[in-house]
Design a protein around this ligand. Structure first.
Ligand code: MTE
Ligand code: MO
Length: 423
């Protein structure tokens, strides 16, 4: 019910500010009912739907996340420590968050009344769908990895500006929604269609309503393949931080293509040129370059599929183990648009490797669980490295690969440290 402080007209009294009022109501033990009691005070009206509203600011919502590490709070960006990725699929409270602007007011309200998604451009019949209309398309539920193109950026030398992701800019939640191809079939994509662009409702940090925060997309062939317009995450309505009421989920491509808080999908007759499509955003040099080299913008190409990668989710780095006793090491592995063929681990800096047990993916686009038993010979300090290989034979590099000016696509092996003591 409260307007986030940064969206209040300047000079307006903060008397109804959420945290204070809610805090007071919570102390009275009123909880959710408190929202209803405060309705009469809500100057913005619309009170029936607001009984059910989430009514939290983006910072308050982020504070409810479980153990995420804040990389930036304006815009909000947080990553998941690897030991919190140990479950089969990433629970919402542990899924990383990457925002380029501010969470839109509609998402914070949790009220989709009045929301529509327009599909236009190179289509025979432009569509305007509300949530009920979107839900009439056959529903799919898929576990899909989304990984920020800058995941692993912290390790590039020289470094790159931007969020210093370690390994936690990735998650595999179960997304529910309509297939984009079903919606596009309804609209009838024309022969001139080249690219599918998204626009979201998020607002620019500058506060300028005319400025678009980010507007990216995918080639029409990818849009007509496996992309989902999700309105659910892990069986619940899409949360505010993750794109309420609807977002794209693009399997295997940088997560920046998975547009949140959708309002428009524009089928274009050229490669999309919205904010953050243009070089150097989400682009890498078309040919390998030396670390620190200046790369001309026209020599950069758009990142498409994400490379093969894995994470060690257990044990947590720093865990104490016992020499001579088997310890289970496990994690997940994924590769854009490909299956994982094998995962290996080493405890001797790559001299010898142990093949892991590898489970098939729940569905294409999901990460795959791997497990191994390791035993170290004597007390001391050890590292465990994990290395995934995909169905095309692409394998994770041991060191940070392919230096690039913006620090994208670091798929180096994940390493943890273990301390072994004698039995
Ligand atoms: N509208 C909109 N969509 C967006 C973004 C954004 O800032 N605005 N961030 C993108 C980026 S860079 C990433 S990595 C993913 C993050 O999705 P998540 O916050 O659900 O993990 O959303 C993408 N979709
Ligand atoms: Mo991202």
């Amino acid at each position: 019910m409260s307007t986030p402080p940064d969206q209040r007209p300047s000079g307006a009294p903060p008397a109804l500010a959420g945290p204070t009022r809610r805090g007071a109501l919570a102390r009275l033990g009123l909880g959710a009912a408190g929202g209803a009691l405060a309705l009469g005070l809500d100057p913005r009206g619309g009170w029936f739907s607001r009984v059910f509203a989430a009514d939290l600011t983006e910072a308050e919502l982020f504070a409810k996340k479980d153990g995420l590490v804040t990389l930036n709070d304006r815009p909000l960006n947080g990553e998941t420590p690897p030991w919190l990725m140990d479950e089969a699929f990433t629970r919402t409270s542990r899924h990383f968050v990457r925002n380029n602007g501010k969470v839109p007011a509609r998402a914070l309200s949790g009220d989709a009344t009045g929301w529509t998604l327009t599909i236009d451009g190179e289509v025979k019949t432009p569509l305007t769908l509300d949530l009920a209309a979107l839900k009439r398309y056959p529903k799919v539920e898929q576990a899909i990895v989304i990984e920020c193109g800058g995941n692993g950026r912290v390790s590039f030398k020289p470094g790159a500006k931007g969020n210093q992701w370690t390994i936690g800019g990735v998650g595999c939640a179960v997304w529910g929604g309509a297939r984009l191809k079903d919606v596009l079939a309804d609209a009838g994509v024309t022969a001139k269609a080249v690219y599918l662009a998204y626009y979201g409702e998020d607002t620019h940090l500058s506060g300028d309503p005319k400025k678009v925060v980010i507007s990216r997309g995918v080639p029409i062939a990818k849009a007509l393949d496996d992309v989902i317009i999700a309105y659910e995450m892990n069986g619940a309505p899409l949360p505010a931080l993750h794109g309420f009421p609807a977002r794209l989920v693009v399997p295997g491509w940088p997560a920046s293509t998975s547009g949140k808080w959708l309002k428009r999908l524009w089928v274009r007759d050229q490669v999309h040129d919205g904010p953050k499509m243009e070089a150097p955003s989400y682009r890498v040099p078309a040919h390998p370059v030396a670390p620190g080299e200046t790369v001309a913008l026209e020599d950069m190409r758009i990142i498409e599929r994400m490379p093969v990668k894995s994470v060690i989710s257990a044990p947590r780095s720093g865990t104490q183990i016992t020499a001579g006793r088997a310890v289970e090491v496990r994690g997940h592995a994924w590769s854009g648009e490909r299956a994982i063929e094998a995962v290996h681990v080493t405890t001797d800096f790559g001299a010898t490797w142990t093949a892991c047990d590898l489970k098939p993916a729940r569905n294409p686009g999901a990460w795959q669980r791997w497990t191994a038993q390791i035993t170290v010979p004597q007390q001391g300090h050890y590292e465990v490295w994990a290395r995934a290989t995909d169905s095309a034979g692409e394998m994770q590099p041991m060191v940070v690969p392919g230096w690039n000016p913006k620090g994208y696509l670091n798929n180096a092996m994940h390493r943890i440290a273990l301390k072994a003591v004698d039995a």
